[in-house]
Design a protein around this ligand. Structure first.
Ligand code: FAD
Length: 318
C-alpha cells in the first residue's frame, strides 16, 4: 500500500514508523529481526531501509603500492525490504540514492521493486563518498534528488529511458523525499532549500521526511515556511533519541543540527551511558508528545541499531 494512502486513511491519527540500516556485509537476516521485533507491538505503518553507497579504501599491494578499492559495507536494501514485507506483512520503503547509480541502474532497481510488490521509495541524492569533499554525480546518473524524482515519476506514466518505450506499462511508486528543518548543509539559505523541496514535490513526490532534530521549534517553523511557500504535502518529523555522550558532537557534525542548550547541559552532567540514554529517552518522549498534539501524520524514528530505546519511547506515547 502506498504511504500517502496510509496517511489519508489514518484521518489525523499519528502513525508509528521507523528506519533501519542494512546490517554490515556478512551478517544475517537475524540482525534485521532483532532490530524490528521489539517494535512490532506498536504496529508500524511502514519501515524504511537505508541505502549505503560504496566507500573507497586503500589496500596495500606488493612493493608498497596502494590500490584504491570500492567496498560496499551495507548492501542488500532491496532484498531486505522484500524479506520484511513478506515475513511481517509490513510495507517497506527502500531508500534510493543518486550517488553510485546510473539512470539505467536506477530504472532496473525500480523494475525489481515493482516485481517484488514494493510500491514506495524515498528518493535521495545521497551524501558525498567519505573520501570526497562534495557530491560528485555518477557518470550517467542524477545530479540531485529532483532528477531522480522525475525519473521515478516518469516511470509511473510509462515513460522508460529507452526512447522506444515512451508509452510502456506504468510502474507507479509513492515517492517520499528528504527535508531539512535546519536547512541542508549545502543550501545557501532556508528559503532556497524550501524552493528546491517544492520542485521535488512538483515533480511527483507525495510527502517529505525530515532530517532528525532535537528542538521542535525548528520543525514547526519549517512546516509553517513550507506552507507559506505553497507546499501542502505531509511533512513527517524524523526523531532520533540521544544515547551517548559522543552524540553531543557527532549529531551536529554529521547531521548539521543543533542540540538545545538544556539538553546538551543535561547530557554533560551524566556520568554513565545509562544516564545519557535516560535523558535522551525522556527528551524524545516530550518531543513526541508535543508533535502528536500538533497532529503530525507519523513519527518516524531513526533506530540506528537501538530499537530498545525507541521501544521505551513508543511505550510512553502510542
Ligand atoms: P537534494 O534534494 O538533491 O538536495 C541536495 C542539495 O542541493 C541541497 O542543499 C539543496 O538545497 C540543493 N539543491 C537541490 N536542488 C537544487 C537545484 N536545482 N539547484 C541547486 N541546488 C539544488 N543518504 C544516503 O546515502 N542513504 C540513505 O539511505 C539516506 N537516507 C536519508 C533519509 C532522510 C529522511 C534524510 C533526511 C536524509 C537521508 N540521507 C541518506 C542523507 C541525504 O542523502 C543527504 O542529506 C544528501 O546530502 C542530500 O540528499 P537530498 O535528497 O536531500 O538532496
Amino acid at each position: 500500500m502506498k504511504i500517502i494512502d496510509k496517511f489519508n486513511e489514518a484521518k489525523g491519527r499519528t502513525l508509528f514508523s521507523f528506519e533501519i540500516l542494512p546490517p554490515p556485509k556478512g551478517r544475517h537476516f537475524e540482525d534485521i529481526q532483532k532490530a524490528i521485533e521489539p517494535l512490532l507491538e506498536f504496529e508500524p505503518a511502514y519501515i524504511n531501509v537505508t541505502y549505503h553507497r560504496e566507500e573507497y579504501v586503500y589496500k596495500k599491494r606488493e612493493k608498497g603500492y596502494l590500490e584504491k578499492v570500492a567496498v560496499r559495507k551495507r548492501p542488500g536494501t532491496v532484498g531486505i525490504c522484500a524479506a520484511i514485507k513478506y515475513k511481517y506483512n509490513i510495507d517497506t520503503v527502500p531508500h534510493l540514492i543518486c550517488g553510485g547509480f546510473t539512470k539505467e541502474e536506477t530504472e532496473n532497481a525500480l523494475i525489481d521493486l515493482s516485481f517484488l510488490g514494493i510500491d514506495n521509495v524515498l528518493a535521495l541524492r545521497g551524501d558525498p563518498v567519505k573520501t570526497e569533499t562534495h557530491f560528485v554525480p555518477t557518470p550517467g546518473g542524477h545530479t540531485n534528488a529532483l532528477g531522480l524524482v522525475q525519473q521515478i515519476s516518469n516511470l509511473g506514466k510509462g515513460i522508460y529511458l529507452d526512447e522506444d518505450m515512451q508509452d510502456g506499462e506504468p510502474l507507479e511508486f509513492c515517492i517520499g523525499v528528504a527535508a531539512y528543518p535546519e536547512k541542508h548543509v549545502e543550501a545557501p539559505n532556508l528559503a532556497m532549500d524550501i524552493e528546491f523541496l517544492k520542485k521535488k514535490i512538483e515533480a511527483g513526490a507525495s510527502y517529505a521526511v525530515t532530517q532528525l532534530f532535537f528542538d521542535n521549534r525548528h520543525y514547526f517553523r519549517f512546516v509553517e515556511a513550507c506552507r507559506q511557500a505553497g507546499i501542502t504535502v505531509p511533512i513527517i518529523p524524523g526523531i532520533k533519541p540521544i544515547s551517548r555522550k559522543s552524540h553531543l558532537t557527532y549529531m551536529p557534525k554529521f547531521f548539521h543540527v543543533e542540540i538545545p542548550e538544556v539538553l546538551a547541559r543535561a547530557i554533560e552532567r551524566c556520568s554513565t551511558d545509562k544516564e545519557v540514554e535516560e535523558v535522551g529517552t525522556e527528551w524524545a518522549i516530550q518531543q513526541c508528545k508535543e508533535l502528536i498534539k500538533a497532529g503530525v501524520p507519523s513519527l518516524h524514528f531513526y533506530t540506528m541499531g537501538r530499537s530498545t530505546q525507541v521501544q521505551k519511547i513508543a511505550r510512553q506515547i502510542f
